[in-house]
Design a protein around this ligand. Sequence first.
Ligand code: FAD
Length: 462
Amino acid sequence: MEFQPELQEALMMTPDDLTALSNCLADALRLITQAATVQRLSRDFYWYSPVLKKLLDDKVAEAVVQPVSTEEVVRVLKTCYQRRIPVTARGAGTGNYGQAIPLEGGIVLDLALMDAIHEITPEGVAVTGPGTRLGVLETAARAVGWELRCYPSTIAKASVGGFLGGGSGGIGSVAHGGLRDFETVRAIEVVTMEAEPRIVLHEGQAVHDVLHAWGTNGIITRIWLALTPAVEWAQCVVAFATFDEAFTFSEKIAVDPAWTKRLITTFEWPIPAAFTPIAPFLRDSKAIIFFMIAAAQLDALTKAAQEAGGEVTLAAPWVGVRTQPLLSDYTWNHTTLWFMKYDPAFTYLQCGFSPTEARSQFAQLKARFGDDFLFHIEFMKAGTGVITPGSIPVVRFTTEERLNEMIDFCRAIGVFVANPHSNNVEGGGRYREDNVQLLTKYKYDPLGLLNPGKMATFQPGA
Ligand SMILES: Cc1cc2nc3c(=O)[nH]c(=O)nc-3n(C[C@H](O)[C@H](O)[C@H](O)COP(=O)(O)OP(=O)(O)OC[C@H]3O[C@@H](n4cnc5c(N)ncnc54)[C@H](O)[C@@H]3O)c2cc1C
């Protein structure tokens, strides 16, 4: 996005506010008012959605504050509370739904500098600051025999705090579920937005009060994240003549606990046509599966794929997040990015198919929408332990009405949809029905200054 000077014109913070904020920091240079930088740090990947692009293009903060410690976060929040300045937390700004875009100006609280890994315990729990990049944590964990249970395909850039604030799962979720499952998030320390901000530790079930709340009910300053023993991984690509055959084989591997896997992604053609850097491993008109599988099982997987009629086009070791080619760079929401580059008329949805009815659901969607709805399946373990075909289909965008028609049809045939074209926690599909995120907001942010507008059901003073 080009820098637009006119976006800065509606400044509401005063010079006195800026002085007060810089007094909160040991180094005043960590208060940024340079307009192009403020605009850059007010953005995420909201433009994936043509609906959100229109809504959010002109939203920008007035300044960026970069704290380096919990103490600085406390001082900044206290000052913002006194002066009624909105605060939008930012990790790396890789969210897709405009989650980190300030709707009402104020400051962006950029937590990237709070990136210390405090400890990796002998029991396999990482204790880290919110700004730590997931890729850095994965490398540090592997060095001592552990690895992340799940991570987004943005692992190289995304922060741990941003993953907890706005993410859900990713590579590894086929074995370990999403962030919400299996007590992966052990504890979260948050700073509240009150006259006297408190530092509160949420442990056990209480982590759900702040998980996936988009920074609306506290600033996460420390995280205790459970890891899993490191595995030696391999990557494998298999091509099948039809999506049906590819889905059948990928599902067989996904649901069989005998296979140690980290990623199983199945694409309908022509989605793979967009993956130009890895074209040698793709086959024209064929459906493709990407696997991360235990290296010790690579030969067995290759054999099983060939017996099922697949062509194995890549079988190679995975040697860390810098492996080339890195198949995960084409999975999860990276698939959308590649396909939107290939055909800008497309956008995406986030769906969950039924483990038992998926084939019938695929058929109904094809009959209704044809090639306007292209299947990209990510197998995930649900919190119940059942392996489900999650999905981030790429869909042709014509009008918002047509997009909503697709969402409504999915829901009518029993396909779960988390709507990525909504800019509030409730609309995004991962809002908790027990309301704990909202109830926490009333306790920790009574004036509604944290990422205002993103918790739609919150009413200040209620
Ligand atoms: C190409 C692409 C692929 C992606 N793939 C995946 C995927 O596989 N799985 C997945 O889950 N997501 C995915 N995403 C979304 C996103 O990358 C992840 O959710 C990522 O973990 C967000 O981290 P971040 O540091 O960029 O967070 P940001 O975008 O900076 O923030 C996300 C949200 O968390 C809040 N937040 C940030 N830090 C804090 C804090 N310290 N305290 C409180 N709130 C905070 C922000 O206000 C915002 O609402 C993808 C996005 C893109 C563009």
